[in-house]
Design a protein around this ligand. Structure first.
Ligand code: THG
Length: 275
């Protein structure tokens, strides 16, 4: 599975402060740590009002690129912010995101095409986020029709079924998982991504919930996720789940992580077992 590092997100109060104060060193440390932890992309989300967002996102892009070569995932619903950021990116970014919202499709899809970027496509439209699988699938069908018309191959599209908090609706995990399976079956060439940590908002011991959801989502076809790459327990679960699903040839990644002491307290237990 590919990892999009979630931590540079202006909805987090510490990040919001760093963006407001143009605290480059603090942002760069967060970028470096996620890159070192193996993130495949770094999400950058300014989280500021629409009038500030173009400047703030452009600043984030430049700041992060000064310390890492990891490509960016430009996280904004605002086409003006994306347009300000895109000329500054050094490597093709992932655009996060388009959706079935008419205006957003009209404004953002041409940007993706002009810059040759893959896009994340959300299962929501002008009427909101459909509550059931059939509704989400119908939205995704319409969006994929548009991405195809714009000349984007399906493997340039990362479909996001949208993961909502379990704390507000205990069916939201199941709806997301069923939507993943349906999308996988209908659009086998498209990628499947998710903001995984959304599922645990408002609940205690969040990492545990994220871990359970990650294992189930991998089985449902998830191949990319927006996660905290610094969460060691989550990373250990990812290695174990991929191994169980037969996606780790010769168990190589799992064993390498074990030898490097990256399986946390479980590696200790393992050593004791062998005595
Ligand atoms: N889909 C897509 N993009 C997305 C989301 C999605 N971008 C934003 C969000 N959802 C994914 N990113 C986050 C980032 C942080 C958290 C959750 C999702 C989060 N942070 C904790 C907090 O702020 O309390 C903990 C942060 C910390 O201290 O590390 O929960 O669904 N396409």
């Amino acid at each position: 599975m590919k990892i999009i590092g979630e931590k540079i997100n202006g909805t987090r109060s510490r990040v919001k402060k760093a963006v407001a104060e143009r605290d480059a060193a603090w942002i760069q440390d967060l970028a470096r740590r996620q890159a070192q932890a193996g993130a495949d992309w770094l999400d950058v989300n300014a989280g500021t009002p629409p009038d500030r967002e173009p400047d703030d996102l452009a600043w984030l892009v430049q700041t992060v690129q000064e310390v890492t070569d990891v490509p960016l995932c430009l996280d904004s619903a605002n086409a003006h912010a994306l347009a300000a950021a895109l000329p500054r990116v050094q490597r093709p970014p992932l655009i996060n995101s388009i959706s079935g919202e008419q205006q957003r499709l009209q404004d953002t899809l041409p940007l993706a095409r002009a810059h040759g970027c893959p896009v994340i496509a959300l299962a929501l439209d002008d009427r909101g986020i459909p509550g059931d699988v059939a509704g989400r699938l119908a939205v995704v069908r319409r969006v994929v029709e548009q991405t195809r018309q714009a000349g984007l191959a399906d493997d340039q599209v990362y479909v996001d079924p949208l993961v909502m908090a379990l704390a507000t609706n205990t069916a939201s995990g199941q709806v997301a998982l069923d939507t993943m399976r349906a999308i996988c079956a209908e659009f086998p060439a498209a990628h499947l991504t998710s903001g995984l940590s959304n599922v645990s908002f408002g609940l205690p011991a969040r990492s545990l919930i994220n871990q359970a959801f990650l294992a189930l989502a991998l089985a449902a076809g998830l191949d990319t996720a927006i996660i905290d790459p610094l969460d060691q327990d989550l990373r250990a679960m990812l290695l174990a789940a991929e191994l169980v699903l037969g996606r780790d040839r010769h168990c190589r990644s799992y064993i390498r992580a074990y030898r490097a002491g990256r399986l946390g307290r479980h590696s200790q237990a393992g050593q004791n077992d062998q005595k």
